[in-house]
Design a protein around this ligand. Structure first.
Ligand code: PGA
Length: 249
């Protein structure tokens, strides 16, 4: 059985001081070992501080992005080795905000995924269609392409990734895909992963849902066959609402 994984994507929120407070509250609430794998992804500037809080606890640390090269002249960028050194075990890659505002393509995402895996990080690979694409019945086409190109060429390492399905129209909008809508796309994603790596391997890969997941809609979403957790934005900025989702598992 796949373990559900609930990850908080704090985006560009929280100073190091604020991050420590939130991480401490989540860590304390996770002392009674939760059923889900719990991951927090603060901004880069708070990773070191949060790492000090969660080290040795049930809470894992993730980053929100990284560069595809190991090192070099890439002003403003952060490498996989730097994240590992800070205690990260996860990294979110290809989030729709990275794709929309920073021009990330499936090719860039693929390079980053390979670099992350080579370094020993678990990539959380984000895919999802826009509202216009959904209205034009392009969801299947768009998400399939993002999977096929984003995680191409991984071989057996395909089994080490986490996928997050985040319909762009549901991110930060309060709109959520219905459990049935989400399940349909999750099943499609598992089908593509099966084509890439075989059924046995595809069955082990966690596919998270993201997009306005909250404590009240989490139970039904998380009860779908192919929904293996959540990537949480807004509701992850508050320990009570984040733990409400963790405890829904
Ligand atoms: P949201 O963000 O929960 O605020 O919709 C999810 C995400 O972008 O990862």
């Amino acid at each position: 059985m796949r373990q559900k994984i609930i990850a908080g994507n704090w985006k560009m929120n929280k100073t190091p001081g604020e991050s420590v407070g939130l991480a401490q509250a989540i860590k304390a609430a996770c002392a009674k070992v939760p059923k889900a794998k719990v991951v927090v992804c603060p901004p880069f500037t708070a990773l070191a501080a949060v790492s000090g809080v969660v080290r040795g606890s049930a809470v894992a640390l993730g980053a929100q992005n990284m560069h595809w090269e190991k090192s070099g002249a890439y002003t403003g960028e952060v490498s996989a080795a730097m994240l590992l050194d800070l205690g990260c075990s996860y990294v979110i890659l290809g989030h729709s905000e990275r794709r929309t505002y920073f021009g990330e393509t499936d090719e860039i995402v693929n390079r980053k995924v390979k670099t992350a895996l080579a370094a020993g990080l678990i990539p959380i690979v984000c895919v999802g269609e826009t509202l216009a694409q959904r209205k034009e019945s392009q969801t299947e086409f768009v998400v399939s392409a993002q999977i096929v190109h984003g995680v191409a060429g991984l071989g057996a390492d395909l089994g080490r990734i986490v996928v997050a399905y985040e319909p762009v129209w549901a991110i930060g909008t309060g709109l959520t895909a219905t459990p049935a809508q989400a399940q349909a796309v999750h099943a499609l994603i598992r089908g593509k992963l099966t084509e890439l790596g075989g059924a046995a391997l595809a069955q082990t890969i966690a596919i998270q849902y993201g997009g306005s997941m909250k404590p009240d809609n989490a139970p039904e979403l998380l009860s779908q066959t192919d929904i293996d957790g959540g990537l949480i934005g807004g509701a992850a900025l508050d320990a009570v609402s984040f733990m409400g989702i963790v405890n829904a598992v």
